[in-house]
Ligand binder design. Structure first.
Ligand code: FES
Length: 78
C-alpha cells in the first residue's frame, strides 16, 4: 500500500528501510534513509505508525541482553 504519494513510497518500503534497527528513528530519518524528504506531510502519521509497530515488534523479540531500546529504558529507570 502506498503511504507517501509525493515520494511514491509503500508501507513495505518503509518497513524495509527500518530493517533490523532497534531504535525508533524520526520520520525525517526514515525519509533520509530512503533518499527523499517529506513534501506535503500527509503521510507522517502513517509512517510514525509503521515505525511504532516496528519498534514494538522489536521489543517483543528482545533477548534481554541490553541491546534494545526497551533494555536501555529499563536501565535508565533503575
Ligand atoms: S504524502 Fe508523503 S510527503 Fe506528501
Amino acid at each position: 500500500m502506498i503511504v507517501c504519494s509525493c515520494n511514491v513510497l509503500s508501507d513495505r518500503d518503509v518497513q524495509d528501510t527500518l530493517g533490523h534497527r532497534n531504535d525508533r528513528p524520526s520520520v525525517a530519518a526514515v525519509f533520509r534513509h530512503m533518499g527523499c524528504e517529506a513534501k506535503c506531510g500527509r503521510c507522517v502519521r502513517s509512517i510514525v505508525a509503521i515505525v511504532d509497530q516496528h519498534a514494538a515488534r522489536g521489543m517483543d523479540e528482545c533477548a534481554g541482553n541490553g541491546d534494545c531500546d526497551g533494555c536501555r529504558a529499563d536501565g535508565l529507570a533503575a
